[in-house]
Ligand binder design. Structure first.
Ligand code: SF4
Length: 288
């Protein structure tokens, strides 16, 4: 480890506003009213899920598994049948659906009601996409590739996106779809429902990766978003360490370095990032 090792943080990193808000809403409920069940993990991060579990937030696989008086929908949102089930069972709801996801659901619902076939650019198996699909009441299709477009016997087509998809890739998809379904198409509506937050983290990570000799990407290995962040950093050619916690850092990794960077995925809590920064300082680093 060299003298004067500088530690630099990415311009944007860690929790996005939607996840921060969801965790806060669950914590507020736990403090005020006690235990609740969350429909899936509130964040794709084991540290946060365990900490919330200790305070009384149990992860349930579906509404039928909820024994608590209150249930929380995650920031990914949910389909309308879930809302119905919650109501039928008389459960209290803490709805942490991110406002950006809500906007995508509302756009899909309004378009389907307006007679449009709604194409969702996203992965059909993703909970957010399943939720958006449900709001189209059978008039939606999810796909990631213009090669698997469903039979579109429609003159009115609308396209929306899974919020975490890359904006440029979304518009590329839109162009491909237009080229393929034209000229039958008479009416096309495109609502760009991509969220800028994920892209901002990638961009800031690339900028930092170009400035430093090694970069630490902090987050859960089961977070697709953090994995992609690490791949993006690796793609710049910088030495990249994808770590879940501060303890994984080996002193030898810093040997001979004078500038290292730190970034974190949108599901990584502040405490874990702080622990990484502390460990780097103990190993001789100084925050820039
Ligand atoms: S990434 Fe964007 S859409 Fe998803 S929860 Fe965060 S702020 Fe909301």
């Amino acid at each position: 480890m060299g003298d004067g090792l500088r530690i630099e943080l990415a311009r944007v990193y860690g929790f996005c506003p939607g996840v921060r808000r969801a965790v806060q809403m669950v914590e507020d409920h736990l403090a005020r009213e006690g235990p609740l069940a969350t429909l899936g993990a509130i964040v794709h991060n084991a540290h946060v899920v365990e900490a919330l579990q200790e305070k009384g937030a149990r992860v349930a696989g579906g509404v039928c598994e909820v024994g608590e008086p209150t249930v929380a929908i995650t920031a990914h949102g949910a389909g309308q049948e879930i809302y119905r089930e919650i109501q039928e069972r008389g459960l209290k709801l803490v709805d942490t659906t991110c406002p950006i996801v809500k906007r995508a659901q509302e756009a899909a619902r309004a378009l389907a009601q307006g007679g449009y076939t709604v194409l969702i650019y996203g992965e059909e198996s993703h909970p957010e996409v399943r939720g958006i699909l449900s709001w189209t009441e059978g008039k939606g299709h999810a796909t990631m590739s213009p090669d698997d477009l469903p039979e579109l016997a429609t003159k009115k087509l609308a396209i929306v996106s899974q919020t975490t998809k890359d904006q440029k890739a979304f518009w590329g998809f839109v162009r491909e779809v237009i080229a393929r379904v034209h000229p039958a198409l008479k009416d096309l509506r495109v609502v760009d429902t991509t969220c800028p937050e994920t892209g901002r983290r990638y961009q800031a990570a690339v900028e930092l990766a170009r400035e430093v000799e090694a970069i630490f990407v902090v987050g859960s290995r089961n977070s697709a978003n953090t994995r992609k962040l690490a791949e993006t950093c690796r793609g710049t050619g910088v030495r990249t360490y994808f770590i879940e916690s501060a303890e994984e850092i080996e002193p030898g990794w810093l040997s001979g370095l004078s500038r290292v960077g730190v970034t974190a995925g949108a599901s990584t809590p502040d405490e874990v990032i702080d622990q990484v920064l502390r460990r780097l300082s103990q190993l001789g680093g100084e925050a820039a």
